[in-house]
Design a binder for this molecule. Structure first.
Ligand code: PEP
Ligand code: MN
Length: 338
């Protein structure tokens, strides 16, 4: 259930409502906007008499939530969520954030050169996998924490934030000092134990849509993180598997406005994995921003054709510059900026 308090309801009024909800056996999650608090109640709310809450002082309205996800639904934060990072970068506001870097961190020269160029073109995050979920156990599996350290140094030297994939619970702790945004990969969208653990982390999470995940399943997966008390979740459209074989995945651009309608969580578009083809990354990045994506993540590498993983979809540095110029034009056209 959602209890929306009136604007400028007093703290005493809000506390009284929270207490009444707790006594009814409901878990309360509170979100406070500029002047209004919303209380989401998760638990046995179906049998509750909501008129009790409607009549309490300071309450504006009470709704039952019919969607299976409660905290990820737009009703919890009708104006949308803005995720804030340490250096002042925000995702979910007017500005569209760009994240870029190699699929895998390979060596110092590669990651430093990439970082310089990402920063010079206006990127805000350096991406790079240290733990790689590869289809084949014989393919390059990533450099692990030493690789992540290299990426963190390159990011620090260039004023960038870092985003990297966490594959299992035991990696969270060692990754913490070097990671500003934890990526949960498509293959782990329904690794519920990992998601629950990330609910306890006080750093933002980038949750990718599963290879065959529906939008509802993606939102339910985010609910695991939110229910743990970590509200800083970004959802990511990275293409889904369909019967089409001309591209690696089918980039579901329509997921972007759909998710905006259903949820308050910002959306990141990944046209690299979404298409699997270098020459399709720029057009799909443009389409994603036009459709309302709050951020774009792409793979870029100084020697893209020689990348240790995902070479076919990795942009050359010059293509990244070209993408940024074009993305700025699209962002401006829809009243946003990069
Ligand atoms: C990646 O970002 O390199 C990656 C493996 O992504 P996904 O989980 O979307 O396949
Ligand atoms: Mn990749």
């Amino acid at each position: 259930m959602i209890v929306a308090m009136q604007e400028f309801a007093t703290e005493d009024q809000i506390d009284a409502v929270i207490q009444e909800m707790v006594e009814a056996g409901v878990n309360v999650h509170r979100t406070t906007g500029s002047s209004q608090s919303i209380l989401a109640g998760v638990g046995p709310t179906q049998t509750l008499d909501i008129t009790v809450f409607e009549q309490m002082p300071g309450v504006m309205y009470v709704h039952r939530i019919s969607a299976p996800y409660k905290l990820a639904g737009r009703a919890f934060r009708p104006h949308g969520s803005i995720i804030k990072f340490d250096n002042g970068v925000e995702i979910g506001g007017k500005e569209v954030a760009i994240m870029a870097g190699p699929c895998s961190i390979e060596n110092e020269a590669q990651i430093h050169e990439t970082a310089r160029r990402v920063r010079a073109s206006g990127g805000k995050f350096l991406r790079g996998g240290a733990f790689k979920p590869r289809s084949s156990p014989y393919a390059f599996q990533g450099l692990g924490i030493p690789g992540l350290k290299l990426m963190h140094e390159a990011a620090q030297a260039n004023g960038l934030l870092t985003v990297s994939e966490v594959m299992e619970i035991s990696q969270i702790e060692p990754m913490l000092p070097y990671t500003d945004l934890f990526q949960v990969g498509a293959r782990n969208m329904q690794n519920f134990n990992l998601l629950r653990e990330l609910g306890k982390v006080r750093k933002p999470i980038l949750l990718k849509r599963g290879i065959a995940g529906t939008i509802e399943e993606l939102l339910l997966s985010s609910e695991y993180i939110l229910a743990g008390g970590n509200y800083d979740v970004l959802l990511c459209e990275r293409g889904i598997r369909t019967y089409e074989t001309a591209t690696r995945n089918t980039m579901d651009i329509s997921a972007i406005p759909t998710i905006h309608k259903l949820s308050h969580l910002p959306i990141v578009a990944d046209p690299s994995h979404g298409t699997g083809k270098r020459d399709m990354v720029i057009p799909m990045a443009l389409a994603s921003v036009a459709a309302g994506a709050d951020a774009v993540i792409v793979e870029v590498h100084p020697h893209a054709d020689k990348a240790a993983s995902d070479a076919a979809q990795t942009l050359y540095l010059e293509q990244f510059d070209e993408m940024m110029t074009k993305l700025r034009a699209v962002a401006t056209a829809i009243g946003r900026s990069i």
